[in-house]
Each structure stands twice: as structure tokens, then as C-alpha cells.
Design a protein around this ligand. Structure first.
Ligand code: C2G
Length: 137
């Protein structure tokens, strides 16, 4: 059983997310998604439109996703890999050179970066829909 792990916010779920999850799952037999909590997002300077519970439920409805766990901080990745016996961590290519993945997971598991799906992003959707930021509502 080859186990895959990925991290993200997955807000306003779109086909770029689905394409990442589909390709990540295809690299193994079991896909775990570590979903950024609302508190962790605040630390990233991000405010998701949907809260953690809604984002978790949406991910759990996706056929490629086998388990959703919380992403609480930047430092948990090595523990996650050990605890869930992960063989490969998969991220979109925008994380390619990020030490919070490369250094943190060196020698612990494989690390694969997949090309981002062009032309779609949560921030683009929000700006096109002119969704108010939570503090604007
Ligand atoms: N993604 C993609 N193509 C897009 C948009 C996103 O492949 N058009 C990928 C990203 O590269 C990421 C995943 O989908 O691997 C989730 O994207 P986000 O929800 O934006 O996640 P992010 O804010 O990058 O959080 O600890 C790491 C962070 O939690 C990652």
C-alpha cells in the first residue's frame, strides 16, 4: 500500500485542486490530505472563504481523497510522514523550492512536485466574484 500525502487550504474548491488530488492519488493507493486549519491560515496571512469544517467535508466527498487530517503548523510534516507511514509527499510546483518541504522531508520520504493547473486559483475566483473578505461582511 503506497501512501501519498499532500497539504493545502483547498478553499473554494476548483479544478486545479481536483487535478492535483487526482494526480497525487494516481502516484499511490491511498491519499491523505493535510488541510490547513483556519488558525494556521491566519498565520499564513490567508482567510479562507469556507471554514475548516466545510473545506474538510468537500474534500472528503472527492473520490481521490481517502483521509483528511488537520494542518496545524509548518513543523508537523516529518511527524505526519512517520505517523501515517507516508511514501511520497506531493505538492504543486509553486512549492518546488520551499525548504519547509525539501529540508523538512529530506531522507524521510519521496517528494514530488506536479505542475500547477494554469488559469485557475482561489484568489482569482474571489476577485472575479468580488467576494468580500470575511472582515468586510
Ligand atoms: N494547485 C494547483 N493548481 C492550481 C491551484 C492550486 O496544482 N491552479 C495546487 C497547489 O500547488 C497546492 C494545492 O493545489 O499543492 C492546494 O492549493 P492551496 O489550497 O492554494 O494550498 P496552499 O495555500 O498552497 O497551502 O503547507 C503547505 C500549505 O498548506 C499549502
Amino acid at each position: 500500500m503506497r501512501r501519498v500525502l499532500t497539504y493545502g487550504t483547498f478553499d473554494l474548491l476548483h479544478y486545479g485542486h481536483i487535478e492535483l488530488l487526482r494526480r497525487a492519488r494516481a502516484l499511490g493507493d491511498y491519499l491523505i490530505v493535510a488541510l490547513s486549519t483556519d488558525e494556521f491560515n491566519a498565520g499564513k496571512g490567508k482567510s479562507a472563504y469556507h471554514n475548516f469544517e466545510v473545506r474538510r467535508k468537500m474534500l472528503e466527498a472527492i473520490r481521490y481523497v481517502d483521509l483528511v487530517i488537520p494542518e496545524l503548523n509548518w513543523e508537523q510534516k516529518a511527524d505526519d510522514v512517520r505517523r501515517y507511514e507516508v511514501d511520497v509527499v506531493v505538492m504543486g510546483s509553486d512549492w518546488q523550492a520551499d525548504e519547509r518541504f525539501t529540508a523538512a522531508l529530506q531522507g524521510l520520504c519521496e517528494l514530488t512536485f506536479l505542475p500547477r493547473t494554469p488559469g485557475v486559483s482561489t484568489s482569482e475566483i474571489k476577485s472575479r466574484l468580488k467576494l468580500p473578505e470575511p472582515d468586510e461582511v
